[in-house]
Design a binder for this molecule. Sequence first.
Ligand SMILES: [Zn+2]
Ligand SMILES: [Zn+2]
Length: 168
Amino acid sequence: MMGTSGKSEDIIILSDEEDDKDTSCLIVEVEAVKKTVGVLPVSPQDEDLVVTFSRRPDVLPHARYDCPIHLFMPTDCERTAPMANNQLICDQCFCYVCDKLASLCEMWCCSGECHCNSHNKSDFWNGVRNTALLGDLQRFNLTLSEVDHRLRNAGAKRLHALNRVWSF
Ligand SMILES: [Zn+2]
Ligand SMILES: [Zn+2]
């Protein structure tokens, strides 16, 4: 009887070792899945979106001035240096001027540019944003008057649609 109980203790020790092996097997499987996911995304942009989304699923992408994490200090046209904590960003902060992730903005707190201070309540910053967006359109060989005409048309159509919505 004593001998048998001794053997059962040996069996318990063996099963502990098996548990350890199971754990290491699990880690290997998780790493394999991560590698597969890394290969799947179609474009690098998609991959970035997936990664940032999985980090903070509770915060949607937003302009820096709308950041729920870092308080924004609005100014009229400050470009020489970041105001207060305006240079701070979270994973989902977008540059209002560049229309891309603040972490990718090359002029975020660059003296003389300071996109981190930009916001939509300032005529100055709206002007900077429009110029930046027009710069992109000019690459497609559109003249300024053409762009202006198209923007006005688009605005008129939107107003027309809104009026129709309200009248019903
Ligand atoms: Zn943010
Ligand atoms: Zn920018």
